[in-house]
Design a binder for this molecule. Structure first.
Ligand SMILES: *Cc1c(COP(=O)(O)O)cnc(C)c1O
Length: 421
């Protein structure tokens, strides 16, 4: 459920008409709804409340939407942050996330990033290799610090999602093989500066079936038992993110947060740990749209091309993952059309939808790509020398630009000439 609705024939974000934002900020522009972000955070937290010991830590996966205003909204709602780089760490701290609610994930943490995170006093490092454990041990020991760690296991389950966002198969780069985890934890225990306190898993994104998650959690449970038998003091388990969201209204909806929570309760029965979660997409995807204007409609051989002022550099998901985004008219006209919706970038991959049945549009109309709040603006680039897309946050009848569109001159000024030119 989201807060983008037609009111008197005009699409609104909460109580703000989208044409007013397009007029003031110009297009393309991402628009986020505070009420939707807060609602999804609440629904998820309620769905997993009562699972494990105490209140679970829900750490928002910052990579899904790192905008400072979005992060501040979530920090105010009490969420923590799952970060995968120094940049995300600093963004989370800047937005007011308490350091102890920050988890550092990722296969390629550098010594400098580890040092920064230790100095900030973050809650947990999720380790992805023994080589990484050795580096973190050295960095922590050199500063007289102790890093709280969990090994991320690779449970070798097929998450049944797009290959590019599947992370839990043995051939993927993520985590350590389940069979080697016990020995790895034993070795980590002997390293100075490390305190092994948990197990972590994250098998992929946009999951539409709970069975692979339940299988992965089963392996985590077995490992917790084995670790305790070996004398480890295991107090947390991080179950990752990955729950899918509905993109295509014609497809069956993914499992609800409530169904996910019920499965977690069943799967973690008797673990006697505090649980952690790292949802990203689920919290913000439906809370954002990419608002764009039709530049022109160009006749095509099989169907017309609707050429819009957003492009693959603004929203990469369709070209990267063949992703579907629902297309809606901001002020719907009578009639329907079947069209291929494309951006101005000089790549055939710059296609948002192919021969899509959609409401009729004409040049100058505003349309939106729905469910664009996750992995949207954050993946944007300046390809074709197009300035980064601005972002707007709506709350009730108020709205604010939360990231400006840089002037095109700023792109040019970033480059400097060597002295021979
Ligand atoms: C990307 C990622 C997430 C978030 O995944 P969603 O599908 O957006 O919920 C959580 N944890 C880790 C380690 C990730 O890499």
């Amino acid at each position: 459920m989201d807060h983008f609705t037609l009111i008197d024939g005009v699409m609104h974000a909460e109580q703000v008409p989208l044409p007013a934002i397009a007029e003031a900020v110009q297009t393309p522009v991402y628009v986020y709804s505070t009420a939707t972000i807060e609602r999804h955070a609440r629904v998820f937290c309620e769905a997993v409340a009562g699972c494990g010991n105490g209140t679970p830590l829900v750490a928002f996966a910052v990579k899904a939407n790192p905008n400072g205003a979005v992060l501040a909204t979530l920090a105010k709602a009490g969420l923590g942050a799952d970060v995968v780089s120094e940049g995300e760490l600093l963004r989370a701290l800047h937005a007011g996330v308490a350091p102890e609610k920050i988890v550092f994930s990722g296969v390629g943490k550098t010594a400098a990033e580890m040092a920064r995170a230790l100095d900030a006093g973050i809650g947990q490092f999720n380790l992805e290799s023994e080589q990484e454990a050795e580096m973190l041990s050295a960095v922590a020991a050199a500063r007289g610090a102790t890093a709280q760690v969990a090994y991320r296991i690779n449970p070798d389950v097929d998450a049944g999602t797009h290959a590019k966002i599947s992370t839990g198969k043995s051939e993927n780069k993520f985590g350590i093989p389940y069979d080697t985890a016990l020995a790895a934890c034993d070795r980590a225990r002997a390293m100075p500066g490390l305190q092994v306190r948990g197990v972590a898993v994250h098998i992929g994104s946009q999951l539409t079936d709970l069975a692979p998650l339940e299988a992965a959690f089963g392996r985590v449970g077995k490992l917790i038992t084995a670790l305790r038998a070996a004398g480890h003091d295991i107090v947390t388990a991080d179950l990752g993110g990955g729950l899918g969201v509905p993109y295509d209204p014609a497809k069956p909806a993914p499992p609800s947060p409530e169904a996910y929570g019920a499965m977690v309760r069943r799967a973690t029965e008797g673990w006697n740990v505090r649980l952690m979660f790292e949802p990203g997409r689920l919290i913000v995807a439906n809370a954002g749209v990419l608002l764009t204007r039709v530049i022109r409609v160009k006749p095509g051989v099989t169907s017309p091309f609707v050429i819009v002022d957003a492009a693959m550099n603004d929203l990469l998901r369709p070209s990267l993952y063949d992703a579907w985004h629902d297309i809606r008219s901001v002020t719907p006209r009578d009639g329907e059309m079947t069209a291929t919706v494309v951006g101005p970038v000089c790549e055939s991959g710059d296609t948002f939808a192919t021969r899509r049945a959609m409401g009729a549009v004409e040049a100058d109309d505003l349309i939106l790509f729905a469910t664009a709040g996750a992995y949207g603006a954050t993946m944007a680039s300046t390809y074709n020398s197009r300035p980064l897309t601005p972002e707007v946050l709506v709350s009730g009848d108020r709205w604010a630009v939360v990231r400006e569109r840089p002037p095109v001159e700023a792109l040019i000024e970033q480059d400097t000439l060597p002295d021979w030119l």
